[in-house]
Design a protein around this ligand. Structure first.
Ligand code: FES
Length: 63
């Protein structure tokens, strides 16, 4: 069993359950925590800010 679970929400972000460290391209750690945006519409990258609502459709399923 994994220590961290990432749930792909239909038409929404990646919901991380567990403790992770999110770092930028220069290795700096983000202090904020939250769901990770996967729609590209957030104004608070890399975190979801709800901008996906009604504007992003994607519901992947594991095969
Ligand atoms: S997934 Fe929520 S703003 Fe992108």
């Amino acid at each position: 069993m994994a220590d961290v679970k990432v749930k792909v929400l239909d038409n929404g972000p990646l919901l991380v359950e567990g403790t992770i460290e999110v770092v930028d391209a220069e290795g700096n750690t983000f202090q904020q925590k939250g769901a990770l945006c996967r729609c590209g519409l957030t104004a608070n990258a890399p975190f979801c800010n709800g901008a996906h609502a009604g504007k992003f459709e994607n519901a992947p399923r594991a095969k």
